[in-house]
Design a protein around this ligand. Structure first.
Ligand SMILES: NC(=O)c1ccc[n+]([C@@H]2O[C@H](COP(=O)([O-])OP(=O)(O)OC[C@H]3O[C@@H](n4cnc5c(N)ncnc54)[C@H](OP(=O)(O)O)[C@@H]3O)[C@@H](O)[C@H]2O)c1
Length: 271
């Protein structure tokens, strides 16, 4: 913590001079961009909305005197990872934060096949392909790390959020599997198991935080704990002490029952 605020600073020699952050226009990805910029590391900001990314980049440039580049792509579309690879080919990248994603509660049978494929591409496949591309670059330079964003419940299964949970499950298993494999090449990978966090997503999903037994945490805390895990080369980060205890002790059947109730009430998804 710095000045009572959640903030983790990174060593620019190890994780810079450039970092790529997906999902940088809002919420968790935007906060990653802020804390990384505070370490003096330049940013490649990736998501669909170019204007929101420009605003984020300009504000961070003014505040922290960093350089930034915007890549506006839809990561639910096949080939978007190639645009990110091409748009960063000339930069010395030492860190990938793969945070883009969303939530789409609903009955599995109500989705069309194309919607399910787009969810899997955005929340599973694009993370895998970006990890593959940047880890190759990191291995060649014997330096660099990836932070993958997964979600609490992905290992247990989430009724009424089945396919996004499956995609996040892919990310979770990928990160755990690669942790030892990439370590031998001098490359880091940490998986962030996001626990309920105050971002615009909670409202977008139509979730009501008031009956939650543990309230969503500040986004700065989630990100500061995640970056601390990256620094330490941790395999997994579960932010928040109470959530860590819950995650370790609660049986999968109870997690499924709780999340089923939350997702069933969420009928107003808009984005
Ligand atoms: N907040 C929570 O409690 C919570 C819990 C579990 C997991 N998570 C996960 O944490 C990650 C970040 O979520 P958040 O809470 O920060 O949500 P958020 O505030 O809605 O931010 C989501 C980010 O992802 C980007 N994004 C969404 N769809 C995209 C697409 N098709 N292509 C490219 N970028 C896209 C958005 O940018 P554009 O709109 O500009 O594309 C935005 O920058 C997600 O993967 C989410 O599933 C969050």
């Amino acid at each position: 913590m710095v000045d009572g605020m959640w903030m983790t600073r990174l060593d620019g020699k190890r994780f810079g001079p450039w970092a790529v952050v997906t999902g940088a226009s809002s919420g968790i990805g935007q906060e990653f961009a802020r804390q990384i910029a505070a370490s003096g590391i330049n940013l490649v900001l990736v998501s669909r909305r170019a204007e929101a990314l420009e605003e984020t980049g300009q504000a961070l440039q003014v505040q922290y005197d960093i350089a930034y580049r915007v890549i506006a792509v839809d990561l639910s579309e096949p080939g978007a990872d190639e645009a990110v690879a091409a748009g960063t080919a000339d930069l010395d990248v030492g860190l990938l934060i793969s945070a883009a994603g969303t939530g789409q509660p609903g009955a599995f049978l109500a989705f069309e096949a194309e919607q399910l494929l787009a969810q899997t591409q955005l929340m599973g496949v694009s993370h895998m392909l970006l990890t593959h591309h940047f880890s190759r670059r990191f291995a060649a330079q014997k330096r660099g790390a990836t932070l993958l964003v997964s979600a609490l419940g992905a290992d247990s299964g989430i009724p009424y959020h089945a396919n996004p949970a499956a995609a996040k499950g892919l990310v979770n298993a990928l990160g755990r599997s690669l942790h030892a494999e990439l370590k031998e090449l001098g490359v880091g990978i940490t998986t962030l198991i996001v626990t309920p966090t105050e971002t615009p997503l909670i409202k977008k999903m139509g979730l009501d935080a008031s009956p939650m037994p543990i309230k969503p945490m500040p986004v700065a805390q989630c990100v500061a704990e995640a970056l601390d895990g990256v620094k330490r080369g941790k395999m997994i980060v579960v932010p928040g002490r109470l959530y860590r205890i819950m995650n370790a002790l609660m049986p999968h059947s109870l997690v499924r029952a709780m999340t089923a109730n939350m997702m069933r009430q969420s009928t107003t998804f808009v984005g």
